[in-house]
Design a protein around this ligand. Structure first.
Ligand code: DOR
Ligand code: ZN
Ligand code: ZN
Length: 400
């Protein structure tokens, strides 16, 4: 079938390396089918799914079960994180070599149940087993608890003051970097959000790679909390303009490796609960590419830089394999975009059954008009085509 790409730009398939599809869990909030349809409508060809599901993915049985339940449900390719716990260091060493595993994910803070690893001894043990790059949510657990307690004691600024707490993320990032330096294990720090972390990490580029979220590049506190209330609550929090400008500077100077959405759906009522009971996390897999294209149109970064951060960068950091090559696009994954399109993101465009987006009403110059996964056109002009033919993504077993 003929494809007319006149006036369009053909990009390598764009990757969202940070997505919580919540499956298994509550399908009325998010699930594989809806989450990946949202992804392809938004121009994503591959996403990496987080392990903090209702049943955490922390061993071979839970990983195998997740892979089986994805079959016939996914519209794009999906790589899977495997979750670190205080007890599974040995198992992780084997599991990180599984073909479908994009990386180990470790929550230093901000997680429920089994998936919290908050002490240096456990983190170091995990770092000393295996060799692939480990991904971290770096916020320090004790400090995060303190932040909550502070507000529970009646801080008048409520959630608005969250962005003041820079130390929570910076402390965790320093702890992890010290452990990485001591063990020689390469690490990837997810959603870096502060000027302090980025300045500090300049000296560790050989060992520590970084992700920045579209939310931190687009939203600015405290205004966003006034405008969106609980819909803006996430960990790490949206920061003020000082940090916002610092992360943009790092992006432009090439000190950032990946951009992700941290798509983390919650039921609307959980987002609207009064602080500090507000559920933390924003939806974003469907809006990531449109919002980034708009940043390109407004001159905040070049299209080349965006492709580096959303295709080449994630492929390199995670060791994504395309027909044996650590480069995106070799297996005919493409995102075709119309930089002349003027569109507005609205909630009714969003597929996720949770039914909300922090980008409702956001105007975009530039829009994804076609998504091609392994040679198949799966989205064209806002329409999903074909069937749920996504596959498990495949990763190099060597350290990246
Ligand atoms: O805001 C967040 N939401 N931060 C996390 O680290 C977890 C995520 C979630 O799963 O809801
Ligand atoms: Zn996180
Ligand atoms: Zn996350």
């Amino acid at each position: 079938r003929e494809v007319d790409c006149r006036n369009l730009m053909v990009l390598p398939g764009l990757i969202d390396p940070h997505v919580h599809l919540r499956d298994p869990g509550d399908p009325t909030v998010e699930n594989f089918s809806d989450g990946t349809r949202g992804a392809i409508l938004g121009g994503i060809t591959t996403l990496f799914d987080m392990p903090n599901t209702a049943e955490p993915v922390i061993n071979l049985p839970t990983l195998t079960k997740k892979i089986a339940s994805m079959r016939g449900q996914i519209w794009c390719d999906v790589g899977l994180y495997i979750g670190a716990t205080k007890r599974n260091a040995l198992e992780l060493e084997t599991l990180e070599t599984h073909d479908a595993v994009c990386a180990i994910k470790l929550f230093l803070g901000s997680s429920r149940g089994d998936m919290l690893v908050d002490d240096d001894e456990s983190v170091e043990r995990i770092m000393r087993h295996g060799s692939r790059r480990i991904c971290f949510h770096s916020e320090d657990h004790d400090r995060l608890q303190k932040r909550r307690a502070m507000y529970e004691e009646g801080d008048p600024h409520h959630m608005h003051a969250e962005w003041h707490d820079v130390e929570c993320a910076f402390l965790g990032t320093r702890r992890l970097t010290a452990l990485a330096a001591a063990t020689g294990r390469p690490i990837h720090i997810l959603h870096v959000s502060t000027a302090e972390e980025l300045e500090y990490l300049k000296a560790y580029r050989h060992l520590v790679t970084t992700e920045i979220l579209v939310n931190h590049l687009t939203h600015v506190g405290p205004d966003i909390y006034d405008r969106l209330g609980g819909l803006a609550v996430m960990n790490p929090p949206i920061r003020d303009s000082f940090h916002h400008e610092a992360i943009w500077k790092a992006v432009r100077e090439g000190r950032v490796d990946c951009i992700g959405s941290d798509h983390a759906p919650h039921p609307l009522e959980a987002k609207l609960r009064p602080w500090p009971a507000t559920a933390a996390g924003l939806t974003g897999v469907q809006t990531l590419v449109p919002v980034m294209l708009d940043h390109v149109s407004s001159g905040r970064l070049s299209l080349e830089q965006m492709v580096q951060l959303m295709a080449a960068g994630p492929a390199r950091v995670y060791g994504l394999r395309n027909k044996g090559h650590i480069l995106p696009g070799y297996d005919a994954d493409f995102t075709i975009v119309d930089m002349g399109a003027q569109r507005t993101i609205t909630t009714d465009w969003i597929v996720s059954p949770c039914g909300w987006t922090p980008f409702d009403g956001h105007d975009c110059n530039g829009w994804p008009v076609m998504t091609v996964v392994r040679g198949n056109i799966v989205m064209r002009d806002d329409e999903v085509l074909g069937s749920a033919g996504g596959q498990c993504a495949s990763f190099s077993k060597a350290a990246s």
